[in-house]
Design a protein around this ligand. Structure first.
Ligand code: F6P
Length: 542
């Protein structure tokens, strides 16, 4: 079944929410004061996740209308279509089945796509096991010590985010990532690599991406300076749907890992595109990651909306985006292991929901995809938290923290988590004029001095946060976390009546880059550009 095609503004709940945004008292502090059970009502425990959404500008009425909005938008049926493999990516005539990669016994294991995913996983397992045991030898007969993942966008961000996040669980292999077409990082990396012990994994769903092919060719040339064509089959593998192009590049057919058109690039880390992850942490850990995601899939598919974490996170986001005029949201993990989470989510969310044409091919006249950004805490506190606390913009933030540190350094972990809790408290409560006055008086400032300073030291508070407190950063909890965000993105797209799984907006820049490169490579500028681009090109060529 296709996704419904209704303008969300025509839904009853939408008008009610517009009304509530004007009439409700949305002071979070007051909401806590009025309801001693607010935390109980606005939090839930799912497995090792404590999901607390009580520090939001949401009243019982708002929550109930948000849930009505999901219902009226046809979310239940949409979730069915998503898991059933219906062609919900209509502009590309494709299913969206990254969930089938997770091999959940209950979510959609009966689909033919799940069988293909299983075969691909077995192929990965055989290869990864051989690499780890040393049975797989490079052209020089050596064991592999370094893996270089060459890919960009979904073929880089997901694998890199997970490899970094699971660093604690890694095996002996070092994993490097080359994505940008900027040649400098490649040459920096090549200086450190021994071709006799390095495996190159080229990941490109299309195998036409300019950056990836340029980088792969540069590396291939470097490799061939020291070896022969024959050696490529020992040191290069590829992950792609475009088998012909991979073969043309010179990679042996046995070294090609299949990808499928029913898995979008930005949702592909669970597929063979995650080969570098499996090589780094081993197959059992990779499978645990999949298992974690499958657990979240099941929760999302089968739980009532009022207890469904991805649905609630999406509805909260819609509330701020469409009714309270927030333009962005921050993601602040209190672990350095998740330092790549924000860039990963930027692609997952913004490439999916950065659309202004609805599912009826009409321009939308309401807000869609929000801007996602963030950095790990506590670093973020010393960078942009000033603006969240005292700036003019409303920025709801997800705080993600863990009860246990992996190396069990309790001193550090307690300080880290004290900052997590303190920040959400400070954002909620703020600091009143009376508080500031008292504080400055205690410091011995005169009345005149206090009057001069007071306005600058007041914090309005009422800044919303979600707290996600997870037992420990494990492959399973990480799988759950990422799947949670994937489903959030899906729910938002359903409500906004947009197609979340295409990305036509990235094409124009790619086309123009090809034309501009023609101009850079030839004596004269042959193509027509605008005045500024012409002038810049001339300056570049001179
Ligand atoms: O530029 C956008 C994009 O098409 C992404 O959607 C994708 O993840 C990335 O490029 C890389 O594409 P490929 O895996 O085909 O090289």
């Amino acid at each position: 079944m296709a996704l419904p095609k209704q303008n969300p503004q025509s839904l009853k709940a939408w008008s009610k929410l517009q009304q509530l945004a004007k009439t409700e008292d949305l002071s979070i502090q007051k909401l806590f004061e009025k309801d001693a059970k607010r935390f109980e009502k606005y939090s839930l425990q799912f497995d090792d996740f404590l999901f607390d959404y009580s520090k939001h500008r949401i009243t019982d009425e708002v929550k109930s209308e948000l849930l009505n909005l999901a219902k009226e938008a046809g979310l239940k049926e949409a979730i069915q279509s998503y898991f059933n493999g219906d062609l919900i990516n209509e502009t590309e005539n494709r299913a969206v089945l990254h969930t089938a990669l997770r091999q959940s016994s209950q979510s959609n294991a009966q689909l033919p796509e799940s069988q293909l995913a299983k075969q691909a996983l077995n192929q990965m397992q055989t290869f990864v096991t051989k690499v780890h045991s040393g049975e797989w030898k490079t052209y020089a007969g050596e064991k592999i010590t370094d893996v270089v993942n060459i890919g960009i966008g979904g073929s880089d961000l997901g694998p890199q985010m997970i490899v970094d996040a699971l660093q604690y669980y890694k095996q002996d292999i070092r994993c490097h990532f080359i994505s940008n077409v900027d040649g400098d990082p490649i040459h920096e990396l090549l200086k450190t690599l021994d071709p006799e012990r390095t495996l190159f994994v080229i990941v490109s769903k299309s195998f036409t991406t300019q950056e990836t092919l340029t980088n792969a060719n540069t590396i291939r040339k470097w490799f061939l300076k020291q070896t022969t064509e024959e050696s490529i089959k020992h040191n290069f593998v590829a992950v792609s749907t475009n088998i012909e192009a991979v073969q043309k590049f010179g990679i042996a057919t046995n070294n090609i890992f299949p990808m499928y058109d029913w898995v979008g690039g930005r949702f592909s880390l669970w597929s063979t595109a995650g080969l570098s992850i499996a090589l780094t942490v081993g197959m059992p850990i990779f499978k645990e990651l999949l298992e974690g995601a499958a657990t979240m899939d099941l929760h999302f598919k089968e739980t009532d909306f009022d207890k469904n974490i991805p649905v609630l996170t999406a509805l909260i986001s819609v509330w701020y985006n469409n009714f309270l005029n927030a333009e962005s949201e921050a993601v602040i993990p209190y672990t350095n292991y998740l330092h790549k989470l924000a860039p990963y989510l930027q692609q997952a969310s913004m490439e999916s929901n950065g659309k202004s044409i609805d599912r009826n091919a009409q321009p939308v006249d309401y807000q869609t995809g929000n801007i996602v950004w963030g950095e790990p805490g506590t670093n973020a506190q010393h960078a942009f938290f000033q603006l969240i606390h005292q700036g003019t913009k409303l920025i709801p933030a997800d705080f993600i923290g863990f009860k246990k540190a992996l190396y069990k350094d309790q001193t550090h972990h307690d300080i880290l988590m004290a900052n997590f809790f303190a920040q959400t408290e400070a954002l909620l409560k703020g600091k009143t004029r009376a508080d500031v006055k008292r504080e400055l008086k205690n410091q011995g400032l005169s009345t005149a001095q206090i009057e001069e300073l007071i306005a600058f030291k007041v914090f309005d508070g009422n800044k919303p946060t979600t707290s996600l407190l997870i037992d420990k950063l494990t492959p399973k909890s990480l799988g759950k976390l990422i799947a949670m965000y994937e489903h959030k993105i899906f729910v938002q797209g359903v409500i906004w009546n947009i197609f979340s799984f295409d990305q036509w907006g990235v094409q124009l820049g790619k086309e123009l880059a090809t034309r501009v490169l023609e101009d850079i490579s030839s004596d004269k500028i042959i193509n027509q550009h605008d005045q500024s681009t012409d002038a810049l090109l001339k300056a570049y060529k001179n």
